[in-house]
Design a binder for this molecule. Sequence first.
Ligand code: NAP
Length: 320
Amino acid sequence: MKAILVRQFGGPEVLELENVPTPQPAGGQVLVRVHAAGVNPYDTYMRTGTYAIKPPLPYTPGSDAAGVVEAVGESVGAVKPGDRVYTANTLTGCYAEYTLAVESQVHALPVKVSFAQGAGVWVPYGTAYQALHHSAEARASETVLVHGASGAVGLASVQIARAMGLTVFGTAGTPEGLDLVKREGAHAAFDHRKAGYQESLLRATGGRGLDIILEMLANVNLATDLKLLAPRGRVIVIGNRGEITINPRDLMTRTASIRAFTLWGVDAAEEAAIHAGVIAGLENGTLRPVVGKQMPLAEAARAHKEILEPGAFGKIVLIP
Ligand code: NAP
């Protein structure tokens, strides 16, 4: 089969398309024919060799695939050949024509969700679900700011929060991104490149501030976020690319808190709730992954460059 291999850590150019043996499922394992593979920002951090998870070389990147079960090993009962599925991590990586996973990493893909959309389910929706339900403990009628709403996690957060009954504000950095954020359910959208947008946001809450902020770029925004919080507000740190100085007094005066997590750290009960909740939303149409760009698998290096550029518009997906 064809697969992207990383033989040494480095820039996007280390992503090479190669011919490798197609894996075969052992007991408890599932072989999936990949129809689409999702590209996530952490795939790029891992490729540089500086991320908390450093895989042994060579490796094939990618945790999010959607496709069809090709074969199953002994004792697999949850899926069978021909089933449409999405993956939440795999054993052999998703930037490939086939990927091998353990049974618990493979989940049913509802019929109304395309394969390209299915490649944007696990990391984006899993993160958004964990942030709103488990970390923020969001309640209907609260206000939420999705700070960085035009990307994959942001749009998933907007859709989930809207379906939960929150008042949803989102930010983006381009006119197309702002339109998309509103179309996907935000009550109002603000341009995070425009000076003074934080004052407009505060006015939109009637001066009360936000109950919840989901933060995609904490190293830039965290200090200001704390000043935008309502009493007992919570900032949930989802994305961060550096250091920042904050004034803890901004938390004290509001009885506010900063919470943070990585999707890799969720426990089994949380993960079960994420899949059940997300699959229900995909089935009833409240959750609709937005595919911004589809590229051939061979262009993985270009995908890794573009995902870090401004102007996010949903998910970038590779097609083997
Ligand atoms: P993405 O699709 O590339 O989206 C990035 C988002 O950040 C876009 O909405 C972008 O908006 C926005 N952004 C850019 N500059 C900003 C600023 N100054 N203030 C606020 N937002 C800004 O990435 P993603 O997949 O949604 O992931 C978002 C972040 O969360 C990444 O850093 C990723 O590594 C992290 N993440 C963490 C976890 C976890 O487990 N904690 C899981 C998944 C993702 P424009 O392009 O429109 O400017």
